[in-house]
Design a binder for this molecule. Structure first.
Ligand SMILES: [Zn+2]
Length: 324
């Protein structure tokens, strides 16, 4: 059975105790890097407070009616606000609808929660529509805002929220937790490297066959990129993955190649590839080209979600990666 990452426990307990005392602020900005457990934290705090069987700061039972309806996404006192599509904005109408939900009189429970996931997706109008609720919250209403980039949020929102930071766990803490979650502890380091430092994604790679297959496919594609000799085969191979998944891994590979060339050492991601092939790729490009490619990869990431022609896009990336 899966357990929560231990680095979330003290934060969850503190928030739950405050909730039991009726001292939760109306806005809680949950900050933390991608995959560290922001969604798990907010969900488990809300669930503990609404669970019908626990009354201390322990985790929710997971079995009562409240827990079941929350896990099914149909709890009447909880609303989740997400973009209509991943990567898109949360729009003002959706915020108005959600804040109205907070004002409706509920079943008399102590908590009515709105979870905004991620808060970075609020556009300017949507953020403004939320301000009044944060300033004058209806009784029992709490808005949880999850963000990996809190500095990008409007100052008006940040100043009206209490900040809760999930500090990034140490490598040792992550490995220990992943090993306890997996029946293949020997693959923990690989999964964490493949996740690009996102503990929850690493757990998925260790425990979910589809996520593991996706990583293994990406590793094959990236290995083919290292060894490709012509533009068209590189472009074709790049198209076998999903850019949202592959481009960040391609960037990690470029950084590994750069590090190997300059420092002579493999990082955790680079260790997932044959050293001689990575070194050959790095040497045939050289330090200046690699630095330029790393910069380019940031641009390729920005293009994710920009509806570009996949074939043209792959050719442009392949052209940049190729030998000169
Ligand atoms: Zn319960």
């Amino acid at each position: 059975m899966s357990t929560q990452p231990p680095w979330l426990d003290p934060i969850r307990q503190r928030l739950v105790r405050r909730g039991r005392d009726g001292r939760l602020p109306s806005g809680i900005l949950v900050n933390g890097s991608p995959g560290v457990g922001k969604a798990l934290l907010t969900t488990s705090v809300v669930q503990s407070l609404l669970c019908q069987r626990v009354d201390g700061d322990e985790p929710a039972c997971g079995e009562c009616n409240a827990c079941r309806s929350l896990e099914g996404g149909v709890h009447p006192e909880v609303r989740l606000l997400e973009p209509a599509e991943p990567g898109k904005d949360i729009l003002v109408d959706a915020v108005r609808d959600a804040t109205e939900f907070l004002t409706l009189s509920g079943s008399g429970g102590a908590l009515r929660a709105l979870i905004i996931r991620p808060a970075d997706a609020l556009n300017v109008n949507a953020a403004n529509a939320l301000l009044k609720t944060l300033e004058e919250p209806p009784a029992g209403a709490v808005v949880f805002l999850e963000s990996a980039r809190p500095a990008s949020l409007p100052a008006t929102i940040r100043s009206r929220c209490q900040q809760t930071d999930i500090a990034s766990p140490t490598l040792g803490e992550v490995h220990e937790w992943l090993a306890s979650e997996s029946d293949q502890p020997e693959r923990v380091a690989e999964a964490y490297a493949a996740s690009l430092g996102r503990p929850l994604l690493a757990r998925e790679i260790l425990t979910d066959a589809a996520a593991l297959e996706a990583w293994e496919a990406d590793r094959q594609i990236l290995t083919a990129v290292l060894n490709a000799t012509d533009l068209h085969s590189t472009a074709a191979v790049l198209q076998r993955s999903v850019p949202e998944r592959l481009i960040p891994r391609l960037q990690a590979l470029l950084l590994s190649a750069q590090r190997l060339l300059l420092v002579g050492q493999l990082d955790a991601f680079g260790e997932q590839f044959p050293r001689d092939q990575l070194l050959n790729f790095a040497r045939t490009r050289g330090a200046r080209r690699l630095a330029w490619l790393v910069q380019q990869s940031l641009e390729w990431q920005r293009q994710n979600g920009a509806n570009l022609n996949p074939a043209l896009r792959s050719e442009a990336i392949a052209l940049a990666l190729g030998r000169r």
